[in-house]
Design a protein around this ligand. Structure first.
Ligand SMILES: Cc1cc2nc3c(=O)[nH]c(=O)nc-3n(C[C@H](O)[C@H](O)[C@H](O)COP(=O)(O)OP(=O)(O)OC[C@H]3O[C@@H](n4cnc5c(N)ncnc54)[C@H](O)[C@@H]3O)c2cc1C
Length: 448
């Protein structure tokens, strides 16, 4: 099996870093990317400025691979947009990897060759078979010694329904409901929100960004207004860590959202758990589970987080946490029900292994529904996994990362399950505390 490639699913930041780490270990990666270019998902939010600096967004093994091409890392103290990240780093990295990256290659299934999920006999000796559909519809099978799934969660955003399922009427209102931070530089997108009333649902970094953008628009265009829908009330930490956040740009996002509310460009509707999206002439009315109704809006932006697509892994024996859909050993480290401060320890192969040996979920997908993933966490994940596949157990178990803190430990947080949060132990002593999520659910947890 050792002469087979390690298949990496997805040419996003973490999939490409995995490939770079494997190359550094003398292993053969094959990256299968559904989109036509590197960072296909990142390019869909190319207008969003990251809250991490360039210094936090480049994988060390990737940088080594790029160095001989004359590539120089952009100023480590500056903040790229998603578009910058893709064009100035991800695509050059994929280009160096050359034929090790295939585009228009969508993975539709992963299994043990000749063994469905229930068969034990000889299972561990079988390689993996990866089912691939090309952009032209052609189907093929790729045989692999191991599979690293870095396919992200971008294509599976959470719905507006507070019960985790689409709200009544949500799908029928698709022409007015978006699950993206709007790109207001795009005239067609801008026209949707100019002079309009827009509901923004969610309480993470993406919701903060959308509120801040709409507030800027409201300053220029009369009649533009945002209604911020929160499942919780507004508390001390609603706006994140602010100036105490060790990632200052992340802290600033919350402060911009706060300014939007204080200036009257956005009004908050708190304790609102959406059950239905109703049509009212050309407008939409959000209806809560308790029967409460909001004044009509023209548009709804849903930024309630993401969830992993596990459908193409159904023939594998994965060990996943029932709440977060993250690897079982990782879940307690990122589950705000347990660690109400969102404490995250750097982690690697031990936390990311499954009953099915040789398959790993990494990157954004590894966090399941937890909203606090950072690229640097993913780089550490794949460094450890590549070392393990290469047989270097000592390097695989070594931790080579210190994560920054949000400065929001205590009081309200991301998830509104206060009864669980009350049971949580002292979570603040850990080396890394991350709380503000990307498109986090509009919910809260208790303090620690
Ligand atoms: C708006 C936004 C802002 C963020 N800002 C920051 C930040 O400032 N700092 C930070 O550290 N993190 C940030 N993140 C979080 C995280 O770092 C990024 O989401 C990052 O892109 C995750 O990388 P990934 O490789 O895991 O997944 P992705 O970037 O989503 O890449 C997955 C790739 O897999 C491909 N793919 C999907 N399914 C398949 C399939 N079946 N077969 C083949 N290919 C497939 C996709 O096309 C995509 O190219 C942000 C996230 C978002 C959404």
């Amino acid at each position: 099996m050792d002469d087979l490639p390690v298949v990496v699913i997805g040419a996003g930041p973490i999939g490409l870093a995995a490939a770079a780490q494997l190359v550094e270990r003398g292993l053969e990666p094959l990256v299968l990317e559904a989109g036509p270019v590197a960072g296909s998902a990142v390019r869909e939010w190319s207008h969003v400025r990251l809250f991490s600096t360039w210094g936090e967004l480049v994988d060390p093994a990737a940088e080594k691979l790029l160095a001989p091409t004359g590539w120089v890392r952009p100023d480590g103290t500056t903040y790229p947009t998603g578009g910058d990240w893709a064009e100035r780093y991800l695509q050059p990295l994929a280009d160096v990897l050359g034929e090790k990256v295939r585009y228009g290659a969508q993975v539709t299934g992963v299994a043990r060759a000749g063994r469905d999920r229930i068969v034990d006999a000889g299972r561990d000796e079988q390689p993996f078979t990866v089912h691939v559909r090309s952009a032209d519809g052609r189907e093929e099978r790729v045989t692999a010694r191991a599979v690293i799934d870095a396919s992200g969660t971008w294509s599976t955003p959470s719905p507006v329904g507070a019960d985790g399922l689409p709200a009544l009427g949500e799908k029928a209102a698709a022409d007015r409901v978006s699950y993206r931070v709007p790109d207001l530089n795009d005239p067609a997108v801008r026209a949707r929100y100019v002079g309009r009333r827009t509901a923004v649902v969610g309480s993470g970094a993406s919701a903060f960004t959308a509120l801040a953008l709409l507030a800027d628009l409201a300053k220029e265009e009369e009649g533009t207004h945002a209604v911020w829908i929160l499942r919780r009330g507004i508390g001390a930490n609603t706006y994140g860590g602010g100036e105490a956040d060790q990632l200052p740009a992340r802290g600033a996002l919350g402060l911009r959202a706060k300014a939007a509310v204080e200036a009257g460009h956005a009004s908050a509707a708190t304790g609102f758990r959406t059950q239905a999206v109703e049509r009212d002439g050309g407008r939409l009315v959000l209806v809560a589970e308790d029967g409460g109704r909001l004044d009509p809006v023209d548009e709804v932006i849903v930024l309630t987080g993401f969830r992993p697509d596990l459908s193409f892994l159904s023939e594998l024996r994965l060990g996943l946490d029932e709440r977060l859909q993250a690897p079982t050993a990782l879940a307690p480290l990122i589950d705000p029900n347990v660690h109400s401060c969102g404490t995250v320890y750097p982690h690697g192969v031990n936390e990311l292994s499954h009953p099915e040996q040789g398959v790993y979920l990494v990157g954004m997908k590894s966090y399941g529904r937890a909203p606090t993933f950072l690229a640097m966490t993913g780089y550490e994940q794949v460094r450890s996994i590549a070392a393990a596949i290469a047989g270097d157990q000592e390097a695989a178990e070594r931790v080579e990362l210190t994560l920054p803190e949000t400065g929001v430990c205590g009081g309200a947080g991301l998830f509104d399950e206060p009864e669980n949060a009350e049971q949580s132990g002292g979570c603040c002593a850990a080396p890394a505390t991350l709380q503000i999520g990307i498109g986090a659910p509009a919910t809260t947890s208790g303090g620690c």
